[in-house]
Design a protein around this ligand. Structure first.
Ligand code: PLP
Length: 409
């Protein structure tokens, strides 16, 4: 693992989060309690509500216009649009090495391979996440060891500290709900020379100066979507060059270009040969075209989510513990009476709510046994996600907040 290209996070453990587990929202936001007019509220309450948990961030008109050009270009597989998307994504978020792939899961698979994780290797990973984070490790046959979560629902540094040792091959952290992970994890890994893979499939645009591999998803309901798609960010040039080959059978497409696609028999062998076997994980130009549109709107999308987050802080009046921040992808609330019919009642009010992800250790591929993880055990009985998506308005947040507060009385 290279030590260069690593920066930040070492001096302090202050995360750029505005999550609150507690009741200090007013001090922190300075927002007034009322942010919706009486008229708006009355109009809203005349209608039947259907507040979805997630909705796609769609740009139908722009997608149609741009896709038409792509279709007419005749380049539908991986071509110039993919290169453009990689460059634009890298420029926007400050990443020199970006590899576009066909899903977030594909970016994780590629990252694990580049990190050199092999059968039997000890990998310390987060317990509360989408199973897509950890399933590729099952395929490899890694020795998966789950680490507890902290109050942000991301990996608990203190539990990691107890479990990490010289046999640890890699650490996998997840920006769950868009929240940045504890910076001490990165400093520790750097000291011990252990690669960190960041599953950033639920985050976008948050400060992420650390981690050897950062994996993004553009699946249907993510910050922006390419239908399905992903981006692997690497820090080292050698990983970049190797990753680009491995995503497409292991073949060096750049060499083909350098040889000017001269497929005469002698050149063909050179063009098609591979140093190591790869996969078919690449992004195509159709996905990249959609991604370029989404990327153009990403600032607005993040700002909208931030405003919804602020509205939740006001709406919940400090009476409910919640976890929210970073790029505001999920809004978790902690309810003492969650399993006493509260979820059903909230749903009856036309509000979707769900646990979204379950602790991974209970699933068959991971051994179906709850590990001794006290914070996870506490959270497991209380957490629930309420709607947070780009098509919500502040008035929806007010309504969700009122119903949630009503149900916890
Ligand atoms: C935390 C996390 N990791 C990985 C994935 C997998 O991404 P994809 O669906 O793009 O393969 C997802 C979501 O889909 C996710 O939420």
């Amino acid at each position: 693992m290279s030590k260069k290209n690593k920066s930040g996070g070492r001096e302090s453990n202050t995360r750029d989060l505005d999550y609150v587990m507690g009741s200090r929202f007013e001090e922190r936001t300075g927002l007034e309690q009322k942010w919706i007019t009486q008229g708006e509220w009355e109009k809203y309450m005349e209608n039947k509500h259907n507040v979805k948990l997630f909705t796609p961030n769609s740009f139908t008109k722009e997608w149609t216009k741009e896709l038409k050009k792509t279709f007419e270009s005749g380049q539908l597989a991986q071509s110039g649009k993919v290169d453009e998307f990689e460059t634009e994504f890298g420029n926007k978020f400050g990443y020199p090495y970006t590899i576009a792939v066909n899903s977030g899961t594909a970016s994780l698979e590629l990252a694990y391979h580049l990190a050199g994780i092999k059968k039997g290797d000890k990998v310390l990973t987060t317990v509360l996440t989408c199973t897509a984070t950890n399933l590729p490790l099952v395929h490899i046959g890694a020795d998966i060891q789950f680490i507890d979560i902290d109050e942000t629902l991301t990996m608990d540094y203190l539990d990691l500290l107890k479990r990490v040792d010289k046999d640890t091959k890699a650490i996998v952290v997840v920006n769950l709900g868009g929240l940045q992970c504890d910076s001490r994890i990165f400093a520790l890994a750097e000291d011990m020379d252990i690669p960190v893979i960041v599953d950033a499939c639920q985050s976008l645009g948050i400060p992420e100066p650390n981690g050897d591999y950062v994996c993004y998803s553009f699946q249907a309901i993510k910050h922006f979507t390419t239908g399905d798609g992903g981006m692997l960010v690497v820090r080292k040039e050698e990983d970049y060059l190797r990753g680009r080959k491995l995503r497409w059978f292991g073949i060096d497409r750049d060499r083909r270009q350098r040889l000017n696609f001269d497929f005469t028999p002698s050149n063909r062998e050179m063009c098609m040969n591979m140093d190591e076997p790869g996969w078919k994980l690449h992004m195509n130009d159709i996905q990249a075209t959609m991604g370029l549109v989404g990327l153009r709107h990403s600032d607005g999308c993040l700002e909208h989510r931030r405003l919804l987050g602020k509205a939740y802080k006001v709406g919940l009046k400090g009476k409910v513990n919640y976890v929210l921040g970073g790029s505001h992808w999920l809004m978790a609330v902690m309810l003492e009476n969650r399993d006493l019919g509260v979820m059903d009642k909230i749903k009856q009010g036309g509000i979707d709510c769900d646990l979204v992800h379950l602790r991974n250790d209970i699933f068959t591929p991971f051994g179906s046994k709850r590990q001794e993880l006290p914070k996870m055990a506490w959270v497991e009985k209380r957490y629930m996600y309420v709607p947070m998506h780009i098509n919500m308005k502040e008035v929806d947040v007010a309504y969700v907040s009122i119903v949630v507060l009503e149900e916890i009385k």
